[in-house]
Design a protein around this ligand. Structure first.
Ligand SMILES: *Cc1c(COP(=O)(O)O)cnc(C)c1O
Length: 380
């Protein structure tokens, strides 16, 4: 058995990254400034997004977007229940109604038919999730949003470097990324709004800093007037340079990091193929490039539950994650909003069985072999 604990995810931080953060700390300018501006520029270059606005988290991006689109009571938002709680919670906080739709059983993503089936005359926004590093089927989903004239925003928390039919996620439409430490790149905490709509991006940029239309860096360094006025009340969600600088180093090597993830993922697939009780996710059938944010398996054993599987692996010093416990059966969503078991069968089947096993760029083959051995022992 391993003597040290193997986490299911770990950020890839180098001495150069640490040095770069230290330099910002010594520079005299640690809040939003040149590093954040460069992160936005580099992000636009990497993804092809015409506009990018950095913030303190993807959840902050969501709040800003709800405000920008004036979403509130009477509006419906379509999203999967199989997601992180950020989007459903944001809808609640804005008084909007969250309308869940079921996902594909083996990719955990919303399909065009499920989205179309959930649309009503009150639907204001559709927020599907690129899952685990694989892309949504964007062409038909975009066609549906266009046909019904509904705003589409992609939750791309798992999809930095992911491609759909040869195009990077983020290069067109509107999407939201996360730089939380488990994501493919990190700024400690952070997020990015990406869009091909310059008007919306300008609104988002203003709303993320008090609704002034400018931020402190703009005012001091870019010669904008300190007399800037509130155009409409906004938030305080700007990403500081001491965090943005970490993202700069990370973004420069994201393709290398993702390739390491891919090699490990292919090796997992090969080694897990012989274990009948372990069912990995499937690749979607359309052309794509996977960024392997997570390696998710379903524990399909008659002898052991997923929760027991996770606990047993932990005893063997192997960490795991759960992405995700479905939203609609969490306490608030059941008790306050009345969601019930049985409403979304594929989501619930997976919610009971999914488990993310260790996958991160600096993981070694030896680490991976330890995971496989431990899984075999736990299931024996
Ligand atoms: C991580 C994640 C988020 C939230 O990102 P934060 O930066 O932590 O706010 C949203 N959606 C999904 C699917 C995520 O995995």
């Amino acid at each position: 058995m391993r003597t040290d604990f193997l986490p299911f995810s770990k950020p890839s931080i180098t001495e150069e990254d640490i040095q770069a953060v230290a330099e910002v700390l010594r520079s005299g300018w640690i809040t939003t400034g040149p590093k954040c501006a460069k992160l936005e520029d580099d992000f636009k270059r990497y993804t092809g997004a015409p506009e990018a606005v950095a913030m303190t988290s993807e959840t902050a991006v969501m709040h800003t977007l709800f405000r920008a689109l004036e979403i509130g009571p009477g509006d419906e938002i379509i999203t999967p229940s199989m997601t992180w709680v950020s989007l459903p919670n944001t809808a609640q906080l804005f008084g909007a109604k969250v309308v869940f739709a079921d996902v594909n059983k083996n990719t955990l993503m919303l399909e065009p038919e499920a989205i179309e089936g959930a649309i009503t005359e009150r639907t204001k926004m559709i927020v599907p999730v690129h899952f685990a590093g694989a892309p949504l089927d964007l062409d038909p989903i975009r066609a549906i949003a266009k046909k019904h004239n509904i705003f589409l925003v992609e939750d791309a928390a798992h999809a930095l470097g992911t491609e759909y039919k040869g195009q990077k996620i983020g290069c067109s439409g509107t999407s939201m990324f996360s730089f939380h430490p488990i994501k493919n790149i990190t700024t400690g905490e952070g997020g990015m709004f990406a869009s091909d709509d310059p008007e919306l991006a300008a609104k988002i940029r203003s709303l993320k800093f008090h609704g002034l239309g400018v931020d402190a860096y703009d005012r001091q360094t870019q010669g904008r007037a300190p007399q800037a006025q509130v155009i409409e009340p906004g938030y305080k969600f700007n990403l500081p340079d001491m965090q943005a600088v970490l993202g700069l180093g990370q973004l420069a090597k994201v393709d290398i990091l993702n390739e390491k993830r891919r090699v490990l993922a292919m090796r997992y697939r090969e080694k897990l193929a012989e274990i009948n009780e372990i069912l990995p996710l499937s690749d979607p059938p359309y052309p794509h490039k996977h960024s392997w944010h997570l390696f998710i398996v379903r524990v399909c054993s008659g002898k052991i539950t997923r929760d027991e599987f996770m606990a047993e692996l932990k005893k063997k010093n192997i960490g795991t994650g759960l992405h995700f416990r479905c939203t609609h059966l969490q306490k608030y969503y059941r008790e306050t909003l009345g969601f019930k078991p049985g409403m979304f069968p594929n989501t619930e089947w997976n919610s009971d069985r999914i488990c993310s096993i260790p996958l991160f760029p600096d993981m070694t083959e030896k680490d991976q072999d330890d995971v496989i051995t431990a899984i075999k022992e736990v299931l024996a």
